[in-house]
Each structure stands twice: as structure tokens, then as C-alpha cells.
Design a protein around this ligand. Structure first.
Ligand SMILES: [Zn+2]
Length: 257
């Protein structure tokens, strides 16, 4: 298990680093002033906080849920197809979890920290409030328990999701045809950048994480096409400093949702 986790971490970090370099060599949209070094530091600090939360809470909760699950449906399908079923189930869960984060104001308080980023690149994919990471792990534990998902499937899913979210937040320029074909199956930058558009009707659409067909299936696909000058962030809210972002969900003020 230890070996699988360290192998996964090095592979994922290597791919994220390649994406980070690629989006600077071949950018799709012209880089704006908001994408400065302070922003990078802020995003990476939030990543550090949620990595700590993952180590202390997410991993133990996930191991507990997987260890106590009842394998009541293991005879339904041949064993070779289980990994695919597990990955699809987790991706479907994260689609609805993300949608709930936009619909329920108490969840939006945390998820809003991710959307306050006024530029997108690979570092946006790891910019989450630790509260969202912990809440997500607690709800996901119920899914792992109910569907008896093995830890190996969860670890593979976590690697995939980090790679795909790094990719779809990135500002990497892709050949149009390649992106079109990829977008039929997975979430690409053109799809996800629309989710970060300042227009609320776009922010409340394109919830998919890995597979792009959930949005088409559940009617949440935006018709907006990404443009190079698309404004990223939240209307009437600007990004904040690290401490303000960490404290924001716990403030008494109400957030529009
Ligand atoms: Zn969102």
C-alpha cells in the first residue's frame, strides 16, 4: 500500500510538472496580470494545507470505510470489469458532489475559495479549502462503504482525477481537432474554463471531473464557447490573501447562491 501511494504520488507530480511547463511554453490564452507570483504562492500554500488534511483525515477515513465495507454485490460482474465500474461510480459521485457544492450555500462557502482564483493554470487544480477536502472525504467514505470500493480503486481514481483536473485547469494550447475528440470522452480545458467564467450561468454548469458525458446526460452542459479573453473568477468578488481565504467559509456573512 505504502509503495502504491508513493509510486502514485511521484507519477502524478511528474505529470503536473510537465503540464505546468507546457502551459508556459504553449499558452492557449494570453496570461493576465492576476496570474502573478503571489497567486502561485497562494495556490501552492492552499495545496499544502489540503495535503496535510488528506494525510491526517482523508486517508484514515478512506481506509476505514474500505476496510469495513460489505462486499454484497461482488458476483454481479466478471472481476476484470470491476476497476472500470469503480472508477465510473467515483466519477459519477464527484459530478453530483461538485453540483451540490454549487447548489447548497454551506458547501459553496468552501468551494467558493476554488472559484475566487482569477486565472487558471495547473495550480488551480490543487487550490481548494481544506474544509472542502475533508467534507468531500467524509461523504465519499459513505460511497466507498456502500459500494464496497477497494482502496486500490480509490488510489487509482485519485491519481486519475489529479492528472485530469491538472489538465483541464491548465492553459495549455492543444490542436483543435485533438481537443474536440478528447472532449467527447473527458473534460478538457475548453470545457472547464467555461465553468470558471465569471457569468454565473456558466459557473453553474460543466460540473464533470473526468468523464464529459455526465454533463450531457444530466443536462448541465453549457453552450458557451471558451474564448481567449474569457474573464475568470466570480462576479463582484476578487481574490483574497491566504489567511482571508482560509477564514472565509467560517465568516458570518452570507454568500450568494
Ligand atoms: Zn465548481
Amino acid at each position: 500500500m505504502q509503495e502504491l501511494i508513493s509510486y502514485k504520488s511521484s507519477l502524478v507530480l511528474g505529470i503536473l510538472w510537465l503540464l505546468f511547463v507546457a502551459e508556459r511554453v504553449l499558452p492557449a490564452a494570453p496570461v493576465v496580470a492576476a496570474a502573478n507570483g503571489r497567486r502561485l504562492l497562494r495556490n501552492l500554500s492552499l495545496w499544502l494545507c489540503n495535503s496535510l488534511a488528506s494525510l491526517l483525515i482523508v486517508l484514515p477515513v478512506t481506509l476505514f470505510a474500505a476496510g469495513h465495507a460489505r462486499y454484497w454485490w461482488s458476483a454481479w460482474l466478471p472481476s476484470w470489469s470491476w476497476l472500470l465500474v469503480d472508477l465510473l461510480l467515483l466519477d459519477l459521485w464527484i459530478y453530483w458532489w461538485h453540483r451540490a457544492n454549487h447548489r447548497l450555500s454551506w458547501l459553496w462557502r468552501f468551494h467558493r475559495v476554488h472559484h475566487l482564483d482569477q486565472w487558471l493554470d495547473v495550480t488551480s487544480a490543487v487550490r481548494f479549502h481544506f474544509g472542502e477536502v475533508i467534507l468531500s472525504a467524509l461523504v465519499r467514505a459513505a460511497v466507498i462503504f456502500c459500494f464496497a470500493l477497494p482502496v486500490s480503486s480509490v488510489i487509482i481514481f485519485e491519481s486519475l482525477i489529479l492528472i485530469v483536473t491538472g489538465f483541464h485547469h491548465s492553459n495549455i494550447r492543444l490542436p483543435k481537432k485533438l481537443e474536440y475528440w478528447l472532449s467527447l470522452l473527458i473534460i478538457t480545458p475548453s470545457i472547464h474554463w467555461v465553468h470558471h467564467h465569471v457569468e454565473q450561468r456558466d459557473t453553474d454548469s460543466n460540473y464533470g471531473a473526468i468523464c464529459s458525458f455526465w454533463d450531457r446526460l444530466f443536462g448541465s452542459k453549457s453552450a458557451t464557447v471558451r474564448t481567449p479573453d474569457m474573464q475568470i473568477g466570480l462576479d463582484q468578488s476578487s481574490d483574497q490573501g491566504l489567511l482571508q481565504l482560509l477564514a472565509a467559509p467560517f465568516r458570518l456573512e452570507s454568500y450568494r447562491r
